[in-house]
Every structure is written in structure tokens, then in C-alpha cells.
Design a protein around this ligand. Structure first.
Ligand SMILES: [Zn+2]
Ligand SMILES: [Zn+2]
Length: 555
């Protein structure tokens, strides 16, 4: 008989460790083969050109879905898409209660209703500063400042040690909306002893501090004041503090605020319902925009990251149903580029400039502060929490590696970089990677999710790069062609190149004529011979081999 194995504490990121987006963090506690699990956050990321037709990307939850009996709950740190956006699409595979603060759950409830899951998901509210037990995990939420109210650090206490999972945060003495980060609470937890700090890496390359939301009002007021015509301000819909800053800057210039973009409606409803935006006058619906004098409105719009279907992209292209901009109008980008979105944002700004619309970005004026900690704030966090090990998350690999270096330079004894799928054993013993589990990415395709490396997305990429041809071959009982082969294609030939298809038909005829008598009943062999002949014919004519499909009909 062997002695009972001691309980261990592990951290397993399945998303968000190696990219900025789609956060999915798992904590496991128990004997190695009998862990109980806690999930912290379940978010999405946006396709931004990663593959054609892919708009929303989710972390693949298969590892934990296969162990759902051992999963005790999902805790959401805050209401950003990269932290809760995947819940509506993946919850059915997990089936456990979801915990969060009032605003976070109000935002989630609206998203669940949109996919027909209203009332199905047990939602358990935990206040900021509150405590809750989920399975073997004793949890405490600590309120943090971020670019949406009610962001939380989570203190995760287990018999094997305490983890502080920061979520998204910054230090800001004047956050405009929401709490200032509770440094007292962090210091108290630090006094009790912290094993690991799992920490936001987004702005680790930024020196100094992230800056205060409270500093933006003068710059935004001044910009709006000197614009003679329409002004649009684009920011994240969820940035309720920014919306309040924009509303104050507009009011200072005698302008009303019009909201353009569906996600604004969802978030402002949820915010008012949970006690935010109380001092801000009602926003005007985009449908009313056309009735207001051009110099009396500020249009707050979504799409600061160049998202093709968001309000700003449609306004820039001149095909928004309610809002238009003209030469001499101004668009303020009250946002920063999220890594990966540079090309899409550049294209959007070019479209605006080409139309004679002035743009103002964070490079020109103080119109944005980040919601994530710069280096001085990270150092302050290490001093408050005093962890034995720093585990960087919420970053590309370069951000995480830099935070590991920086933490060590700030006298944190150990730092470990764990990418998606790594099993990081935090205790007992020294923290280190002890194994790997499957991790991957899913694409949201309408109402369902499919693997990014599966047939659907791969086939679409091949069809996009090389075009797609479909040929139909009708065979008589003796194996000869009973009709002229049909060829159609998408993205293969230019108008006027129909002679190419004549060649392809000729190649099909030759392939059938030359096909060995003894195998002409073998459908797969016939199809493959035709497919090869077609691809070879295209290659000979145009130098490309389109993705080819063969339909075989026998009469
Ligand atoms: Zn966030
Ligand atoms: Zn985030």
C-alpha cells in the first residue's frame, strides 16, 4: 500500500496566456489524479484577419469539459468580452454555476438571453470585497480600477497556499467611475503570505504609470470645443468611465451625446440597472442623430479597433443607416491599438482621411489612458502582495517573458511563464511546469463552434488562396462519359479566360478514356483520377491548383 499522495495546487491556462484575449484560467486542487477545478474567466478574442470569415475566436474547453464533474464553478473577474464573451457559447459544455459581481452578471444575462439561455445558467452574485467558497477554494474579491467598473482581483485560498489572480487592473487615484484599487486589502493579503501572483502583462513594456481617467476631461473638452462640425469619439463600448468623460466633455460644449453601436445599448442598460451613469443625462438614440444640428452632437461609436461591422467602419464607409460624417468633421480615437489590430485600424483611419475627415488619436492629444498597469504599477503590486512566484498572464509571449524578467528584477524570488495548455504546479515544492494538456482555438460559425485547425476553417483558407472548382462527371454503365463534364469555379479564372475550362473538360475526358476497365466501378478511384487531372490541367493553364471537388453521377 502506498501513502496517500499529498494535495497539489496547479494553474492551467487554456486561453489568454500567449495572446491578449480569450482568457480561460483553471485552478486545480487535490491529489494529482483527483483535482477539483475552478475556472476564472471564459472570454473570446476577435478574428482580426487571423483566418478568412473568422470573426470571433474562443478557447477550446475540451480538457475541462471532459472533467466537468470535477469543475465546481466559473468565476468572472469583470464584464469585458475577453473575460466573459465565451460563456454563452461554451456554458452548455460545462454546466456549472457562474459567479460575478452585479454589473458583470447584468452584462452576461443580456448576452445569455441573445442565445436563448436566459434562466438556464445559475448566476450567483458576489459583491466587490465579498467572499465565497467554490469547491475547495476559499475566494475573496478585491475591487480594482480598470476600464470598466467592478473589475476584481481574486484571492484564492487553499490549504496548499494562496494565489492572487489580479484580473485586469491599474492604479488610478481618479477613476471617474468605479472604485480605486483596494491597496489596503492587497497589503493585508500580502501580510498573510502569498504563494503566487498571477498578473496582467498587457502594458509591461510601458514605463511609468498608465495615467488617470480624470486627466482626460480637459483634452477631450478642448478638442470638441474647437471642432466646428460633427465630432465622433470612438472607444470601447464597455468603457463606462470613458463614456461618462465624453458625456461631460460634450456637456461642457453644449452638445448632446448620441450612441452608435448595438453593444452600447447593452452595456449602458446594464450599467444604469446596477447604479452607474446616474449623473449623466440620457443618451440620444442613433436614429435621432439626423434631426440634431451637426455642431450640437458628439457621436460616441464602437469600432475603435477597426472591427469591420462596428459602427465606425460603417460610418467611415458611408453606409451607416443613421449617422453620416462629412469633410471637416472629426473622429477622436479615444483608445489604444490592441496588438494584432494595427492593420485593420490603419485601413479605417485611411478611409476617414481620404474622405477629408480629421482624426485625433492618443498620439496627438491626451484622449486615452490604458486600463492596464504600466511598470511602476506592476512594481507597486509586487510590493503589496510579496508573492513567492510571479505568473504572468494576459499577454503575448513577449509580454509574459518581459513581466517574468521584470518581476525578478523587482526581487520576486521566482517567475514562471506558462503558455496555454501548460500545467504549472504551484505547490508543494518549487513552482514549475509539470506537464501539458490539450489547448486550442475555436471559431464561432453562426451558432456553433468549430476547431480553428479543423476541416471547415482549413478548407475555407485553401479555397480563399487557390480558389475552388467543382466538376460534375456523368458516367454510363460501361464507364464512358454519358454527358459533357461540367466545370464551375469560384476565385480561379478571370472573365475572358473561359478557354481554361475547355482545357479542363478535355483533361477530364482523357482521364475517363484512359481509366482502367477493371476499376471503373470504383467511385473513389474515378473521383481521385478526375481530381488529379483537373488540378493538373489548371496548373498547366494558370499555374495554380484550386481546391477541387468531383461529383460523380452514374446512370
Ligand atoms: Zn478588461
Ligand atoms: Zn482583459
Amino acid at each position: 500500500m502506498t501513502a496517500a499522495e499529498p494535495a497539489e495546487l496547479v494553474f492551467v491556462p487554456l486561453g489568454g496566456a500567449g495572446e491578449i484575449g480569450m482568457n480561460l484560467n483553471l485552478y486545480g486542487y487535490g491529489p494529482p489524479d483527483r483535482h477539483r477545478w475552478l475556472m476564472v474567466d471564459l472570454g473570446v478574442t476577435f478574428g482580426a484577419g487571423s483566418a478568412p470569415g473568422v470573426d470571433v475566436v474562443l478557447p477550446d474547453p475540451t480538457f475541462i469539459a471532459e472533467r466537468r464533474d470535477a469543475l465546481d464553478g466559473i468565476l468572472l473577474t469583470h464584464a469585458h468580452e475577453d473575460h466573459l464573451g465565451a460563456v454563452p457559447y461554451l456554458w452548455l459544455r460545462l454546466g456549472v454555476p457562474v459567479y460575478g459581481t452585479a454589473l458583470t452578471l447584468a452584462v452576461l444575462a443580456r448576452k445569455l438571453a441573445e442565445v436563448g439561455l436566459d434562466g438556464d445558467v445559475p448566476l450567483i452574485e458576489v459583491p466587490q470585497g465579498g467572499r465565497v467558497t467554490i469547491g475547495p477554494f476559499d475566494l475573496e474579491l478585491i475591487g480594482m480600477t480598470h476600464s470598466i467598473p467592478e473589475s476584481n482581483a481574486v484571492v484564492i485560498r487553499t490549504p496548499a497556499g494562496t494565489v492572487v489572480h489580479t484580473g485586469d487592473w491599474k492604479l488610478d487615484p481618479e477613476p471617474v467611475v468605479g472604485v480605486t484599487s483596494d491597496e489596503e486589502a492587497l497589503r493585508r493579503v500580502g501580510d498573510q503570505g502569498v504563494l503566487a501572483l498571477v498578473c496582467d502583462s498587457t502594458n509591461v513594456f510601458e514605463p511609468g504609470t498608465s495615467g488617470s481617467e480624470g486627466d482626460l476631461l480637459p483634452a477631450l473638452s478642448e478638442i470638441i470645443g474647437r471642432c466646428p462640425e460633427r465630432v465622433a469619439v470612438t472607444c470601447f463600448a464597455t468603457n463606462i468611465a470613458r463614456l461618462e468623460t465624453v458625456a461631460r466633455a460634450a456637456a461642457a460644449n453644449g452638445r448632446d451625446v448620441v450612441l452608435a453601436g448595438r453593444s452600447f445599448r447593452r452595456i449602458t442598460e446594464a450599467a444604469r440597472e446596477t447604479g452607474y451613469l446616474g449623473d449623466v443625462p440620457a443618451f440620444i438614440d442613433e436614429a435621432e442623430c439626423g434631426y440634431l444640428p451637426r455642431d450640437r452632437v458628439v457621436i460616441a461609436c464602437t469600432g475603435s479597433q477597426g472591427e469591420p461591422r462596428a459602427a465606425l467602419a460603417r460610418i467611415a464607409a458611408g453606409d451607416h443607416p443613421n449617422v453620416d460624417l462629412e469633410p471637416g468633421d472629426t473622429v477622436v480615437f479615444s483608445s489604444r491599438m490592441i496588438p494584432g489590430n494595427e492593420v485593420a485600424i490603419g485601413r479605417l483611419q485611411d478611409t476617414l482621411i481620404r474622405r477629408g475627415i480629421d482624426i485625433v488619436t492618443w498620439r496627438d492629444a491626451k484622449v486615452h489612458v490604458s486600463g492596464h498597469p504600466a511598470r511602476d504599477e506592476l512594481a507597486a503590486m509586487y510590493r503589496l502582495v510579496r508573492p513567492s512566484v510571479c505568473v504572468p498572464v494576459h499577454g503575448e509571449l513577449s509580454h509574459m517573458a518581459e513581466q517574468a524578467r521584470f518581476a525578478r528584477a523587482c526581487q520576486v524570488p521566482n517567475a514562471v511563464v506558462a503558455e496555454n495548455g501548460a500545467v504549472l504546479r504551484l505547490a508543494p515544492g518549487e513552482a514549475g511546469i509539470s506537464g501539458h494538456v490539450p489547448a486550442g482555438r475555436l471559431s464561432l460559425e453562426g451558432a456553433r463552434t468549430v476547431p480553428m485547425d479543423g476541416d471547415l476553417v482549413r478548407g475555407r483558407i485553401r479555397a480563399l488562396y487557390n480558389g475552388h472548382a467543382v466538376v460534375t462527371v456523368v458516367l454510363a454503365a460501361d464507364g464512358s462519359l454519358a454527358a459533357e463534364p461540367q466545370v464551375s469555379s469560384v476565385g480561379v479564372i478571370e472573365a475572358g479566360e473561359e478557354a481554361v475550362e475547355t482545357e479542363v473538360r478535355e483533361a477530364i475526358r482523357k482521364a475517363i478514356d484512359g481509366f482502367p476497365q477493371r476499376s471503373y466501378n470504383d467511385d473513389d478511384a474515378v473521383r481521385e483520377a478526375v481530381r488529379i487531372a483537373v488540378r493538373r490541367a489548371y496548373r498547366g493553364c494558370i499555374g495554380k491548383r484550386p481546391k477541387t471537388e468531383v461529383h460523380l453521377i452514374r446512370i
